[in-house]
Write a protein that binds this ligand. Structure first.
Ligand SMILES: *Cc1c(COP(=O)(O)O)cnc(C)c1O
Length: 226
């Protein structure tokens, strides 16, 4: 418990230092990526003050949310979303970072209950054009964003990407930069857009330098995954 608090504090400090260096103090949020970690690890981090948690799988995230229903947490789905999981995702998550095709827009919009706030949505971009990766092509963002913005039960918040884990930091930096440009174009068209989700344990300082407003961090908070 004690050590969770210390680790969280250190990561938050590193984020804030990078944000200040970028001239944007207070502008970067931490999403704690709790995939593969037990609900009790989430509880410990929540006790240290963390509110937002990210999960890759709908089923795993739903189970943790239900186990921790006594806590006021925000749950973010950051993994690939299958259309047959949209109903469960719209019920149990507050954010979806991985919307990458039109089919998911209608499915999530129809599944989100009318008595809940709209589901927050980020469009995932396959910024390096990797064949194996989720995400829409950069050229598809505008049309997809217009569809999300027109869906009454969804709220368009911005973009998410996972750049290729290239050993050369300049390569990743270039991907972050291209994402920021896409984000600025999107924000000019949709003024409510406020979230650019990019950067993980290895590269969050670089992502913040290039304009990230939300970093998704697992390993640096919880240690290496099995
Ligand atoms: C696992 C994961 C992360 C966190 O990665 P770490 O390197 O453990 O910080 C962030 N984003 C996505 C989409 C992930 O799947």
């Amino acid at each position: 418990m004690e050590s969770f608090a210390r680790t969280l504090h250190g990561v938050l400090q590193d984020i804030e230092n990078a944000a200040k260096l970028a001239g944007r103090p207070g502008a970067v949020k931490l999403l704690a990526v709790s995939k593969t970690r037990p609900a009790e690890a989430v509880r410990a981090l929540a006790a240290a003050g963390q509110r937002a948690f990210g999960e890759n799988y709908v089923q795993e995230g739903t189970a943790k949310r239900l186990a921790l229903a006594d806590l006021p947490l925000d749950w973010h789905l950051i993994g690939h979303l299958q259309s047959n999981k949209c109903r469960e995702a719209a019920e149990h998550f507050d954010w979806v970072h991985s919307l990458d095709r039109a089919k998911l827009v209608d499915a999530l919009d129809q599944a989100r209950a009318a008595d809940r706030p709209p589901l927050n949505v980020l469009i995932q971009v396959n910024v390096d054009g990797e064949a194996s990766k989720s995400g829409c092509a950069p050229g598809e963002v505008a049309a997809l964003a217009d569809r999300v913005a027109a869906a009454p039960r969804l709220r368009l918040r911005g973009l998410m990407a996972i750049p290729e884990p290239h050993p050369d930091p300049a390569h990743r930096r270039d991907a972050f930069r291209r994402l920021k440009q896409l984000y600025d174009t999107l924000a000019a068209r949709h003024p409510d857009v406020d979230t650019l989700s990019m950067g993980m344990s290895e590269d969050f300082a670089l992502a913040i330098a290039e304009g990230s407003t939300m970093v998704r961090i697992g390993t640096a908070l919880f240690g290496a995954r099995d």
